[in-house]
Design a binder for this molecule. Structure first.
Ligand code: GDP
Ligand code: IMO
Ligand code: MG
Length: 409
């Protein structure tokens, strides 16, 4: 079975935790987009793994992981991440495969990325990892692919500076290269988990353009980035937080405001430890935006949702969600493409009673307080999508499964 786990908001929804959890039943975990801009956290016992390029299944000793064709790979970051994993006791040798069609990020792209963003009239606030530069060159047909490292006619035409940057990793990469289309064809009977990066609202097409990343982070990106057709995707799971966060600039209609919400943002940021894994930047926080979430469900054909961070609301007396936008007196139920509307939209909120108890020990849906279940059921009704998995803490075991996504329906 081919199962996609993707972000249904602006990234950092907890994809890493969920991929690690569901990887137990998989044979291969394949990352399909993005690069070292991503930061996926996996907590197992006392150990925390912060992954940027390596798929979150790596901590399972018997799983193979694949860096897909839709990714942009900085080899210096890749091997420093792998060395870090070795230091944490993970034996990854022979288990990490890389698509020959993935593109490379050179060190100079990082500088160019920062320089370009600082010169923009409206900076995006990129992670400075050279992502936009690599995808831009790719679209322009000027990129360098992994397989090109071993093509003498291409290699010899690279500048001395670029060759010097790539040379230290060339031989180490050679044995990892794979043609993923044929790998997936051969392994068709196995369970393959497709791990997304970023989220649908940061996707180059479905996101809040131009405040997006440059990869295809939406569900269709799983097919493109894995070298298969969309028909071969069996199930799509969208991960979302019980609230919303965003890093960097761009519209965020349900963002907490000091005037309206007091110090709710700093409370949620501290409780949810909302600081970027890649850059350490504080994440902007806001109410759960159901207009955006429903759009995410529709634009990705999400089969079921995975809700994370429900525990962060444990102490709240009241919880609100955004159910529509108000822009110049007009109500919007559909997520607008227009930046002007998104930036000027005021959230229309609906409140729910909080549960005021620790839910991290709940292991079945029925164990959750009735107030929490009411909140969840409202989201399901609004989005017309079931919530099959609920995460009530960052640890692997703090996860409630209502319906196992690996079981064929
Ligand atoms: P990703 O980019 O989607 O993989 O998410 P990140 O790892 O960037 O950010 C999610 C953060 O929330 C990490 O620090 C996780 O350990 C943590 N986390 C994941 N699920 C939960 C949850 O249900 N509750 C709490 N409190 N933290 C969670
Ligand atoms: P994960 O996979 C959250 C944001 C950046 C910036 C914009 C463009 O951990 O969910 P880029 O460097 O990609 O050109 O930056 O996208 N961004 C993310 N925000 N989570 C991510 O990944 C992100 N990857 C990029 O902050 O606003
Ligand atoms: Mg992240």
């Amino acid at each position: 079975m081919n199962l996609v786990i993707m972000g249904a908001q602006w990234g950092d929804e907890g994809k890493g935790k969920i991929v690690d959890f569901l990887a137990a039943e998989s044979d291969i975990v394949l990352r399909y987009s993005g690069g070292a801009n991503a930061g996926h956290t996996v907590v197992i016992g006392e150990k925390t793994y912060k992954l940027h390029l390596i798929p979150s299944g790596i901590t399972h000793a018997d799983k193979r992981v694949v860096l897909g064709s839709g990714m942009v790979i900085d080899l210096e970051s890749l091997f420093s991440e792998l060395d870090g994993l070795s230091g944490q006791g993970i034996n990854w040798q022979g288990r990490v495969l890389i698509s020959g069609r993935a593109h490379l990020v050179l060190p100079r792209y990082r500088d160019l990325d920062r320089e370009m963003d600082s010169k923009r009239k409206l900076p995006i606030g990129t992670t400075g990892r050279g992502i936009g530069v690599a995808y831009g060159l790719k679209a322009n047909r000027d990129g360098i692919r992994v397989v090109d490292l071993f093509d003498s006619s291409i290699w010899e035409k690279l500048s001395a500076e670029d060759r010097a940057a790539l040379e230290p990793f060339r031989e180490r990469v050679r044995e990892m290269v794979v043609d993923i289309t044929y790998l997936l064809y051969k392994e068709k009977p196995l369970n393959i988990l497709f791990e997304g990066a970023q989220g649908t609202l940061l996707d180059i097409d479905s996101g809040t353009y131009p405040y997006v990343s440059s990869g295809v982070s939406c569900a269709s990106g799983a097919a493109i980035g894995a070298g298969i057709g969309p028909k071969d995707i069996n199930r799509i799971l969208g991960v979302f937080k019980a609230y919303s966060t965003r890093v960097g600039n761009g519209p965020f209609p349900s963002e907490f405001s000091r005037d309206r919400d007091g110090d709710l943002e700093s409370t949620i940021r501290e409780l949810g430890r909302e600081y970027g894994v890649t850059t350490g930047r504080p994440r902007r926080c806001g109410y759960l935006d159901l207009v955006a979430l429903k759009y995410g469900c529709l634009t990705n054909s999400i089969d079921s949702l995975v809700m994370t961070h429900l525990d962060v609301y444990d102490e709240m007396e009241e919880i609100s969600v955004c159910t529509s936008y108000n822009f110049k007196g007009k109500e919007f139920l559909n997520f607008p493409a227009s930046l002007e509307i998104l930036e000027g939209a005021m959230p229309v909120l609906r409140s729910f009673k909080g549960w005021r108890q620790d839910i991290s020990g709940c292991s079945r849906y029925e164990d959750l307080p009735v107030e929490a279940r009411e909140y969840l059921e409202f989201i399901e009704e609004y989005t017309e999508t079931p919530i099959d998995i609920i995460s009530v803490g960052y640890r692997r075991e703090e996860t409630i499964v209502r319906k196992d996504p690996w079981t064929p329906s």
